[in-house]
Ligand binder design. Structure first.
Ligand code: KG4
Ligand code: ZN
Length: 329
């Protein structure tokens, strides 16, 4: 069975084809980072327009490798994300499914991120996952490929959003995560003590708005402070909270396998710190390949394949759900 995956929820247009939901035949991503860079963040209207023009090229490239007639299932992201951006992928997916008379399956982008781990790693269920991206930061109990329970989430900014906003304050550019990571390489992570919000709270929630504001005030009050030191100290604070809370969730639920997914899981310091913790306390940790941490369609095709196997399909009425939560499937 060949599954076509389509992803257009934010600023990456992506198309992939998988064989039996496992083997990647093609996986194309066209990033709009350069387009949005000058605005310091994603401009929804511009993102939609670029999806419209980019998707045809990606599909053409994919269909040069796998003939449209050989596709058996279309999987598409229907939320969460930018409504205009989601609608581009959904409309294209519907068109292909209708014209070929093949099933269509709607995929939650967040479930897709969880599937990004399986391409390179074999992880036994159940496991606990930290899903940290530009729009979401959640701790999830993953029972199987399609059944997940959200244990906690951010009450304000997402971790990636905090990286992006702090990078803007430090004039490091967009996207902020890789820029802060790079600046932090030459900095001292212990020189400034930024707050670690909700670090010791009993729940599994996060809050990063206060941390971001405290960096903002610090920069305003110390204009001569070293940027690399600020970047390293901020990164250390956010990574401390992410690592401590995901392992707390694992310990409380008696789980030894801890998975990290989403754009922020590309972060080098997060990977180091998680490794230190896992070695000390005897957990197994899993990170996706770097190229699969950020948005892609292979993860959507894989999640779609397993949803289809469980009997889920969508019809022509499928619409975008911009604030879809992971609990709602
Ligand atoms: O998963 P993703 O591609 O898109 C969303 O679904 O949001 O995540 C993008 C986010 C951005 O906020 C970006 O700054 C962050 O992931 N990111 C990183 C790193 N690479 C990307 N954050 C920290 N360190 C990185 N190396
Ligand atoms: Zn994402």
């Amino acid at each position: 069975m060949k599954v076509l995956g389509i992803e257009t929820s934010c600023d990456e247009t992506a198309v992939a084809v998988l064989e039996e939901g496992e083997k990647i035949i093609v996986n194309f991503v066209s990033s709009q980072i350069d387009v949005h860079k000058k605005f310091g963040g994603v401009v929804p209207e511009i993102a939609s327009r670029h999806h419209v023009s980019n998707i045809k090229y990606l599909l053409k490239q994919a269909f040069d490798v796998v003939k449209p007639n050989d596709i058996d299932l279309v999987a598409v992201t229907y939320g969460p994300g930018l409504v205009g951006a989601l609608l581009v992928g959904i409309s294209v997916a519907k068109g292909i499914a209708m014209s070929r008379n093949i099933p269509l399956v709607a995929v939650n982008h967040l479930l897709g991120h969880i599937h990004s781990i399986f391409f390179s790693k074999k992880v036994e269920f159940p496991f606990v996952a930290l899903l940290a991206s530009g729009g979401h930061t959640e701790i999830v109990y993953v029972e199987n490929e399609t059944t997940v329970k959200v244990l906690g989430k951010t009450v304000d900014d997402a971790a990636g959003e905090a990286f992006d906003k702090v990078a803007r304050v430090l004039n490091l550019g967009y996207p902020g995560g890789p820029a802060i990571q790079k600046a932090a390489e030459n900095g001292n992570p212990h020189i400034y003590k930024f707050p670690r919000p909700l670090l010791n709270s009993k729940d599994y929630n996060f809050s990063f708005a206060g941390l971001k504001t405290s960096v903002l005030y610090f920069v305003r009050d110390h204009p001569k402070a070293n940027i690399s030191d600020i970047a390293a100290s901020f990164q250390e604070a956010i990574v401390d909270v992410l690592v401590k809370k995901v392992f707390k969730a694992a310990r409380d639920h008696n789980i030894r396998n801890v998975v990290f997914v989403g754009g922020v899981s590309a972060n080098k310091r997060l990977r180091e710190k998680a490794k230190e913790y896992a070695e000390k306390w005897n957990y197994s940790i899993f990170f996706p390949e770097l190229s699969l941490c950020t948005d892609n369609a292979a993860m959507i095709a894989r999640a779609g394949y397993f949803l289809y196997k469980k009997g889920y399909t969508s019809d022509i009425e499928l619409n975008a759900v911009p604030n879809l939560s992971l609990d709602k499937g």
